[in-house]
Design a protein around this ligand. Structure first.
Ligand SMILES: O=C(CO)[C@H](O)[C@H](O)COP(=O)(O)O
Ligand SMILES: [Fe+2]
Length: 221
């Protein structure tokens, strides 16, 4: 299990950015105080082209059926975190995690709203555990959907069991939903439309961070 302190990580989802200006959009978010850039992946070309322009942590969320097919490609493209879905990796997650680590990336596992939290427990135990769990708070697919508050039960359960784990939430996060997610124990926050759609993205990033930081209990450290 991870032993480092749990920290707030704010990750604007580049799915909501202006794709024609990806490099300057990334630079803009980092200058506004973003910690990570969240990349929703269909293939690795976008990662490779953005990597040429930024040193930022590229937090890649693989919404694909065969994650193993993407490990080598994303490793070469310069991905930082590689988060695959538990629903498509029940039989080969150990091999996927090993491959991710061998390419120098950080493994994470995501689960869809209909998937029980117990399904990720095996991936957090043993010799080669994942280092982050991404609790989807909308159905994967596109930005701008409504946050599903029931998912906070999963976050709470996970935080109680794993005080030092990075727990990421993704979908519908913004000023009106962050307090609920932070109170449940989420520390990595993906936010697309709420950040890119605001005239002051830096203000939203800072608000998200403040909410998470307030809830980081001493026992998480
Ligand atoms: O994984 C995703 C969609 O499947 C995106 O990361 C997510 O939609 C972020 O966008 P928003 O904050 O607008 O909901
Ligand atoms: Fe995502």
């Amino acid at each position: 299990m991870p032993t480092t302190a749990v920290e707030a990580k704010i990750a604007p989802s580049m799915l909501s950015s202006d794709f024609a200006n990806l490099a300057s959009e990334a630079e803009r978010m980092i200058s506004f105080g973003a910690d990570w850039l969240h990349m929703d992946i269909m293939d690795g070309y976008v990662i490779a082209s953005l990597r040429k322009h930024t040193k930022a942590y590229l937090d890649c969320h693989l919404m694909v059926t065969n994650p193993l097919d993407y490990v080598d490609q994303l490793g070469k493209a310069g991905a930082s975190g590689f988060t695959f879905h538990v629903e498509v990796s029940k039989d080969n997650w150990q091999e996927i995690v090993k491959e991710i680590k061998s390419k120098g990336m950080r493994p994470g596992v995501a689960l869809k709203p209909g998937t029980p939290i117990e399904d990720v427990y095996p991936l957090l135990e043993g010799e080669n555990p994942v280092e982050m769990v991404l609790v989807m708070t909308v159905e994967p697919g596109f930005g701008g959907q409504k946050f599903i508050p029931d998912m906070m039960n999963k976050v709470r359960t996970l935080r109680e069991k794993y005080p030092k784990l990075d727990i990421e939430v993704d979908g519908g996060l913004g000023p009106s939903t962050i307090d609920e997610a932070a109170a449940a124990g989420a520390n990595c926050i993906v936010a697309g439309s709420s950040v890119f759609g605001d005239p002051e993205p830096g203000r939203v990033i800072s608000l998200l961070r403040t909410s998470v930081s307030k809830c980081l209990k001493p026992n998480f450290i």
